[in-house]
Ligand binder design. Structure first.
Ligand SMILES: [Zn+2]
Length: 473
């Protein structure tokens, strides 16, 4: 008997955790951190249900924290199995997880200083020692190779085109008759995205677990290069700093690559660009090591590497170098993380520059409910940063072209030609987005999709799978 339980990313876009129970084997596909609204973040403190030590293996679609960031906590709670990931994901995990541990430790310190934690002293969700124990469990598997995370379950990674190392997962479950297949889309990338290959066509499946981040939205049909040029040209006359909140891994490399292309072609003036992230530099090295996995020709690799050492790119590795950017008057671009402005160095720049009407904030990529990025997009007059209300006088602009997620049309394009699955579960979307995707699938293919609630569990063997009541509240 096979059963699928949605322990995260159901009705929300973070905390991806899909549990597959089959013939006594238990596999977790992704193990992400909940981010955004407080009620969600508090879920990070609940123990896994079922217990972590009853899980046999984890299969990881990609390294983003909302898919991988709860792994160290899982290990702290007693998980002792292997973690399967593509080689590039395996190489990125140390960067992302150690950084996440640092954020957890800083949060705990901050809570202790301000005395707002219920626990005395406040402890981090996990620390660097937990990350080290987690990394020892990682088993790299190249895409297209069949592996067996637990008895009776075979899996295969396919290129999802979403970030370095990203994959969607095909799982085949043995049964009395023909095996049952479950396809987990993970996060699906975009067609013709800079540096990444297009998502691979999906194989047929019995059950599809599909992301719906942008299920109610179509990105404008504009090339990333043109979109970025337009946004920066519009910002330049304001005369101030251009702030870009960006994941250090992936989007920063795309941005630098596009900026270099635009400046080299004379389409933008050579203004200083600060990469305010030590992690972005290390991540670029990982890109280089896995050049073959991506739409990463030698010219592209050289382009990114060259851009990173060109005179107009300035690296801020240390806190002092980061603070020195404050002294800069006039135009310039600061790229800093975190991508949804939930923490990291971008907050210092926002606190300083948001009150200045000369400033432009470029919002690139999905901004979850409850994050500062979402508040800015929603037109907030003030933003709370480090305990202070900061007035927002800067111009806020969305740059859709740099989104890492397929929109409604691209997801439809990806599914074109796939025979109807018995079940489609829509995950990783806020309710309007998931509903939008469901409508589109119905219009386009006549499919009925299910929108699972957090904790909902489904029997995959029957002809129809009525939802079970949620097992967690
Ligand atoms: Zn992702």
């Amino acid at each position: 008997m096979a059963r699928l339980t949605f322990l995260g990313a159901a009705g929300v876009v973070s905390g991806s955790r899909h549990l597959l129970d089959h013939g006594g084997a238990r596999i977790l596909v992704d193990c992400g951190l909940f981010q955004g609204d407080k009620w969600l973040r508090e879920r990070n403190w609940r123990p896994l249900d079922p217990p972590a030590d009853s899980v046999d293996a984890v299969v990881l679609t990609h390294a983003h924290i909302d898919h991988s960031g709860w792994l160290p906590r899982l290990v702290r709670e007693g998980f002792r199995g292997p973690i399967f990931a593509t080689p590039a994901t395996a190489d990125l995990l140390p960067l992302l997880l150690y950084d996440s541990a640092k954020c957890q430790e800083e949060d705990a310190l901050y809570a202790n200083r301000k005395g707002f934690s219920r626990h005395h002293p406040a402890l981090p969700l996990y620390d660097e020692a937990d990350v080290a124990r987690t990394l020892r469990r990682v088993r790299p598997v190249t895409r297209q190779r069949v592996f067996e995370p637990a008895r009776g379950v075979r899996c295969r990674f396919h290129d999802a085109g979403h970030m370095l190392g990203s994959a969607f997962v095909e799982a085949e479950l043995d049964g009395p008759g023909r095996p049952t297949t479950v396809l987990f889309s993970g996060d699906l990338g975009r067609y013709d995205a800079p540096l990444y290959a297009d998502p691979c066509p999906p194989p047929a499946c019995d059950h599809l677990v599909l992301e719906s981040t942008y299920g109610d939205r179509d990105h404008p049909a504009i090339r990333p290069l043109d979109d970025l040029e337009r946004a920066i040209r519009e910002a330049l006359p304001r005369g101030g700093m251009i702030l870009v909140a960006s994941f250090a891994v992936g989007r920063t490399q795309q941005l630098v690559y596009l900026l270099r292309t635009l400046m080299a072609a004379g389409r933008l003036p050579e203004i200083p660009v600060w990469i305010d992230s030590p992690m972005a530099v290390e991540a670029t090295e990982v890109f280089r090591r896995h050049a073959a996995e991506h739409d990463f020709t030698e010219a592209n690799v050289a382009g990114v590497a060259e851009a990173l050492v060109s005179p107009w790119v300035r690296m801020a590795r240390t806190a002092e170098e980061s603070k020195a950017i404050n002294g800069h008057a006039g135009s310039g671009i600061v790229i800093a993380s975190s991508g949804m402005m939930t923490g990291g160095r971008i907050l210092h720049h926002l606190a300083r520059r948001l009150p200045d009407p000369g400033t432009t904030v470029l919002v690139a990529g999905f901004q979850a409910a409850g994050t500062r990025g979402r508040s800015l997009l929603d037109g907030a007059d003030t933003l709370r940063i480090h305990g202070r209300e900061i007035p927002v006088r800067a111009a806020i602009r969305r740059v859709d072209a740099l989104s890492g997620h397929a929109d409604r049309n691209e997801v439809t394009r990806w599914l074109e030609g796939m025979p109807a699955p018995r079940n489609v579960f829509l995950v990783h979307g806020e309710p309007p987005a998931a509903r939008g995707m469901a409508e589109r699938l119905h219009e386009r293919f006549g499919w009925q999709a299910t929108l699972p609630a957090l904790g909902a569990s489904y029997d995959l063997d029957g002809p129809v799978t009525p939802p079970q009541p949620p097992t967690i509240r």
